[in-house]
Design a protein around this ligand. Structure first.
Ligand code: FAD
Length: 305
């Protein structure tokens, strides 16, 4: 895109709390990533839709960002528009056994709201540091449950700015995958259908899951959760541990000593450190087990080497 096109797009998007050269390290849980050329935060669905139309008309690259808890953004940053769904679009409403949440709602808050309404089915999500949009797009899951178990409808925008309500059974949900990821749909909100339950039992389950995470996950360090997808019939963390890689590091990026599936930032790590570490882990695990690990964390940007 020419400079004049960027100027025009910046002008068109100027009402959306627009920032230029926003460091993405501030918006990822790995605390890694260079600047975004433009960074916007829609406050309403219609703002999001009209911004998408402007971005499409300009031909600008788009990255949709939730809490950045599953992203590795390169050190050079993202030369495009980052559309961030956060506090400005985070309403949660309860109606009977249904909960509808906007894309920027924190998933643990959705889970708490469900608990307070004595609705069960979202307890697994209490410790997942996602937004509703990111989790509905990634089909986040834990402890044998996942988003698609209770989702009934996902309201999405197409990349050209049309809103569509998609029944969850047409979202093509699989292990950490969805139609939203495949077709670049942007999740605006989603509706869950939950079961009436006992509030105390729900809270106990949430507390138990939180305790289990605290015991086995390196929650005091920046990370993106499990870095690798679970290979069929195996656990990535166990394969990495068996390969003797606990504590192995490149620069300030390290395989966690507590949970080998987590790659953590010891302080000041770069995206290049993480990319080099992940590559080394893949090679050594492959040599020892014959299994090639694939990233669950999504890479953004060009210097992925
Ligand atoms: C400590 C820790 C523990 C974790 N535990 C778990 C776990 O138990 N289970 C699990 O599944 N994951 C876990 N994760 C990973 C992560 O929280 C999930 O993948 C989560 O779904 C990502 O949500 P997000 O809002 O942070 O999305 P982001 O990281 O911001 O984005 C992830 C992907 O979703 C896309 N996206 C984000 N928002 C939208 C939207 N509104 N519309 C369309 N696309 C969108 C992005 O473009 C990107 O491709 C963990 C992460 C951490 C740091």
């Amino acid at each position: 895109m020419k400079d004049s096109d960027w100027k025009q797009l910046t002008h068109t998007l100027s009402g959306l709390n627009i920032r230029e050269k926003e460091p993405l390290s501030k918006h990822t849980t790995l605390n890694v990533g260079g600047p975004a050329r433009l960074f916007i935060e829609p406050r309403t669905e219609s703002e999001a839709l009209s911004a998408l139309r402007a971005i499409r008309d300009a031909g600008a690259p788009l990255l949709v960002l939730g809490n950045g808890s599953n992203l590795l953004v390169c050190d050079a940053g993202f030369d495009g528009v980052v559309m961030h769904f956060g506090k400005a679009m985070s309403d949660i409403t309860v109606s009977g056994t249904r909960i509808t949440a906007q894309s920027g709602a924190p998933l643990p808050t959705v889970c708490q709201v469900a608990g307070a309404a004595a609705l069960e089915g979202l307890e697994f999500a209490a410790g997942i540091p996602a937004t509703l949009g990111g989790a509905a797009c990634m089909n986040a899951g834990a402890y044998g449950a996942q988003m698609c178990d209770t989702l009934v409808c996902v309201r999405c925008a197409t990349p050209d700015g049309q809103a569509v309500d998609i029944p969850a059974d047409r979202m093509d949900y699989g292990y950490r995958s969805s139609r939203a990821l495949k077709e670049h749909l942007i999740v605006l909100s989603a509706c869950f259908s939950l079961k009436e339950g006992d509030r105390d039992t729900i809270y106990e389950k949430i507390a138990d899951y939180r305790k289990r995470r605290k015991a086995c996950q390196p929650l005091t360090y920046p990370s993106a959760g499990s870095f690798f997808r679970r290979p069929e019939g195996h656990f990535a963390g166990a394969l990495i541990e068996q390969a003797g890689l606990k504590g192995f590091s490149v620069g300030a990026a390290q395989v966690s000593e507590l949970h080998a599936g987590f790659l953590i930032n010891l302080g000041g790590a770069t995206a290049r450190d993480f990319i080099a570490l992940a590559e080394k882990v893949r090679q050594i695990v492959h040599e020892k087990s014959g299994i090639w690990l694939e990233s669950e964390v999504r890479m953004v940007g060009d210097d992925q080497a």
